[in-house]
Design a protein. Structure first.
Length: 194
């Protein structure tokens, strides 16, 4: 059985969104298969945005994020869920990742290695992104640029491997039948911890 951490990155908690329902479906599938699942809701955490490289490298991690780093260390599989906003992840999610993926935790500088030493190897990840545009348009016309950057420049850089993605498009016009099909798929992914 796997230890799974779901990171809910939808910034709006004033009402339920598809991201919340998808996280619930994944969690239900994972727990039904006996996996140990924890969840973090980014918008419930109190942390400032980083404003300098000096602060990122040498500043004190906000107290609200200390348990988050422990949860990431605990997890064998990370599921990061967020909506596509202006072609990328919401600023809150980016700010969260900048805070938790600090040197000394997510990676270590090494003089003889320009890429440093990865600090979070041995973990897999799934990125789940919802969007208003068709997913095929985002994937092929826009080349899924922001998701690819997240995979390569953040998660891959610190050691997550493999990294899989689920892109769910046309959410505003999605039929009930399609929504239920996505729910079934997320439950299956949860059961398999992937």
């Amino acid at each position: 059985m796997s230890r799974i951490l779901i990171v809910q990155g939808h910034p709006d908690t004033t009402r339920p969104h598809l991201c919340h329902a998808l996280a619930d479906q994944y969690r239900e599938g994972a727990e039904s298969a006996g996996h140990d699942v924890h969840q973090i809701t980014v918008t419930e955490l109190d942390f400032p945005l980083l404003k300098s490289q000096q602060d990122w490298e040498h500043g004190v991690l906000p107290a609200a994020l200390e348990p988050v780093q422990q949860e990431i260390k605990w997890a064998q599989h990370l599921v990061l869920i967020f909506p596509l906003w202006l072609g990328g992840m919401p600023a809150l999610v980016k700010g969260f990742l900048e805070q938790v993926a600090r040197p000394g935790f997510a990676f270590e500088y090494q003089d003889n290695n320009p890429l440093g030493k990865k600090g979070l190897t041995g973990r897999s990840a799934r990125i789940l992104v919802t969007m208003g545009m068709p997913a095929l348009v985002y994937r092929h016309f826009f080349r899924a640029h922001s998701v690819k950057a997240l995979e390569r420049n953040i998660l891959g850089f610190v050691g997550f491997m493999p990294i899989r993605e689920t892109l769910i498009g046309s959410v505003e016009t999605m039929s009930d039948k399609t929504r239920l099909a996505w729910f079934r798929k997320l439950r299956r992914l949860g059961k398999r911890a992937e």
